[in-house]
Design a protein around this ligand. Structure first.
Ligand code: NDP
Ligand code: MG
Length: 381
């Protein structure tokens, strides 16, 4: 049966990679809903090409897009605003939801998708960081299937036995699920970003454009800044705790500048399994779309002889304090990860608008974490 897909954030980097994989497999997948926020012209092109049943655009640009679509005879119903995102992911016309929206705004649609029992491919990690336990509990109750398409988490997933994978996709993970599979810990790899070896005093002078020039991945502005500060790895550490039921002390981070080993799992007999591939988001997306089968992703085959050496080093906690802040938030639990994430989103926006220097991101997040009391998470409110 052809799976009908809602692609949230279709105009972004994840959106583009997902569309490339989907377009290769018309016998398996159909684009049923596409969403964007500001890029109405790009969304218009995508609507013409894919002719989805639904499209959603941010309220500001909806008038313009509606006028552009008028009289074109397309089958697409155009909706607008954040409520519409939640409405379409719940629709009976949707089987699979891919969350490629950036930031905390993805929380409402992600929660709606899991509570409607959909197959949900999560790129948008911020909601998992903010409210992971509630999202997972909701997914389990509703019978949703949860698959992370963050490359590191997809790599860990691929290294686990099938029975464990099934518990993870069913959001049925407890704090003993990975121990039952003899897992001692997982190691997330990080490229180290564009400032990996930059002296500390120079970090105050870097620009948003330099931060966005990631050596191995083409990504949106926010996650590129997060990769440069290592906050992305901090968010991913919390994401791993949520998805795999691990305490933060069992999630390690290693710098691996080549971005070929996407993560590693260590077992009780001393074996370490790694997933390797070229750095290309089409690979985790194809893996999660077809799981438990495998399909072509369109990514070029890995040529290890061309890569040469694979290097690993410890992250520098002095120049990159965001990783420590995220670990502390993971340990504190409750609302601490949501506070960390919120402060980081504001700080990254300020840095990107040249209102804050790069080291100011970590400073601001730390100050906010010190000032706000941590409470337990009971509900979304
Ligand atoms: P982009 O900035 O490239 O794309 C973001 C998408 O979200 C765009 O389609 C944008 O619409 C839409 N969007 C932005 N703000 C809103 C809003 N307020 N309401 C609704 N939609 C909105 O980001 P990425 O694709 O790089 O990242 C998306 C998510 O995936 C992030 O959470 C990131 O951490 C995660 N991720 C990304 C990876 C990557 O390789 N890019 C890898 C792993 C995870 P528009 O452009 O029309 O304004
Ligand atoms: Mg990642």
């Amino acid at each position: 049966m052809v799976q009908r897909i809602a692609l949230l954030g279709a105009t972004g980097s994840i959106g583009a990679s997902a569309l490339e994989v989907i377009a290769r497999h018309p016998d398996r997948f159909k684009v049923a809903a596409l969403t964007a926020h500001q890029q109405d012209e790009r969304l218009h092109d995508l609507i013409r090409h894919y002719q989805p049943a639904y499209a959603v655009i941010g309220t500001e640009r909806s008038g313009r897009l509606r006028a552009a679509l008028a009289g074109q005879g397309l089958p697409t119903r155009l909706l607008e605003g954040p409520q519409a995102l939640e409405e379409i992911v719940r629709s009976d016309d949707i089987d699979v939801v891919i969350t490629g929206i950036v930031g905390a705004v993805g929380l409402g649609p992600t929660l709606a998708a899991v509570s409607a029992g959909k197959r949900v491919l999560i790129a948008n990690k911020e909601p998992l960081v903010m409210l992971g336990s509630l999202l997972m509990a909701t997914a389990q109750t509703a019978g949703a299937t949860v698959l992370s398409i963050d490359s590191e988490h997809n790599a860990v997933f691929q290294c686990l036995p099938e029975s464990t994978q099934q518990r993870i996709t069913g959001a049925e993970v407890t704090d003993s699920t990975l121990a039952a599979a003899d897992v001692m810990g997982v190691t997330l790899t990080a490229s180290g970003g564009p400032f990996l070896h930059m002296p500390a005093e120079e970090l105050a002078c870097v620009t948003p454009a330099q931060a966005a020039a990631h050596p191995n991945w083409q990504m949106g502005q926010k996650i590129s800044v997060d990769s440069a500060s290592l906050m992305n790895k901090g968010l991913e550490l919390i994401e791993a705790c949520v998805l795999f039921g691990l305490p933060s002390c069992q999630v390690n981070v290693l710098i691996h500048p080549q971005s070929i080993v996407h993560s590693l799992v260590e077992f009780s007999d001393g074996s370490v399994l790694a997933q390797m591939a070229n750095p290309d988001m089409r690979i985790p997306i194809a893996n999660a779309l077809a799981y438990p089968e495998r399909i072509a992703s369109g990514a070029p085959a890995l040529q290890l002889q061309a890569v040469g050496a694979l290097e690993f080093e410890e992250p520098d906690p002095v120049r990159f304090p965001c990783l420590r802040l995220a670990k502390d938030a993971a340990r504190a639990g409750g609302t601490a990860p949501a506070i960390l994430n919120a402060a980081n989103e504001i700080a990254v926006a300020a840095f990107s608008a040249r209102q804050l220097l790069f080291p100011g991101i970590a400073e601001l997040v730390e100050r906010v974490l010190q000032r706000l009391p941590v409470e337990s998470v009971i509900s979304l409110d």
